[in-house]
Design a protein around this ligand. Sequence first.
Ligand SMILES: [Zn+2]
Length: 283
Amino acid sequence: MKNSRQIFAPIWFLVFALFSGCDAGIIPDCSDPSSFNYSPDAAGSIICYDMRGCLGYQPGLAYSGSVGNTFNDPGFDRMFNEETALQSAFFQDIPANVLVLYEPSEAYANCYATYSGDILFGYHYYQKTRRNYGLLPLAGTLSHEFGHLVQYDGKWNDYEAPFFRELEADAFSGLYMALYKAIDWQHIQTYYANVYDSGDFLYNDPTHHGTPEERLAAARLGVEVAVAIMQEGAALTYDELHEVFLDKIMNTIAPRSTHLTEYPDIAYPTLSTAQRRTLFPHK
Ligand SMILES: [Zn+2]
């Protein structure tokens, strides 16, 4: 008859193996530096949580950074909060929780929208973009992330390619910039050309976001739809906007991905802020 030590030895081995397996599951590592679970010591990629693009944020991993609510710049904090309030008013009926993400370093500068309704706006993204391009692109990026929250809220899943989702977020950004802020097209075009063609940000990866030409075309689409809304004097629902945006992206913008276009300036109808408010998108 086996003694108790012999009986339990396989069990202890099993317990040890299970815990070892759990450790590997809790702290996966990946050899791709553009991953939230990057580890320089990773033997090979097991599961990689890709941080290129602005979706798919994963908390709690080695390169996830941490979340807070200040850019450590009171003047900018105030401006950012005011801009967030404007965008929350524009994207009405869309719950948004806007936070600051402290990325591990400037090399990981990015912004993310999460399915749970968070916008994580990168601290390093803010610093880098403001230093190189000024304040306008920061509002532009925030409205792009709001566009993703609209998509999540609508539970839209009819995108034939992942970057169609990104181009639609650019269209929502263009819509906001024209319909609420009345930013002239030349300024929008300039910051799109500068920021999204720079190629030095994780969020610029064309496989995730489309080419710079497609992104500019998508922003232009949002501006043109804003002008049509102002001319008609009738607001559109989010579902109606989705239908218009996705149709144009699939049939007009994406098939001409290498087509460089110089868009002419576009005049906005003269409307008061109160009149603009009646034209904001709604459910
Ligand atoms: Zn995006």
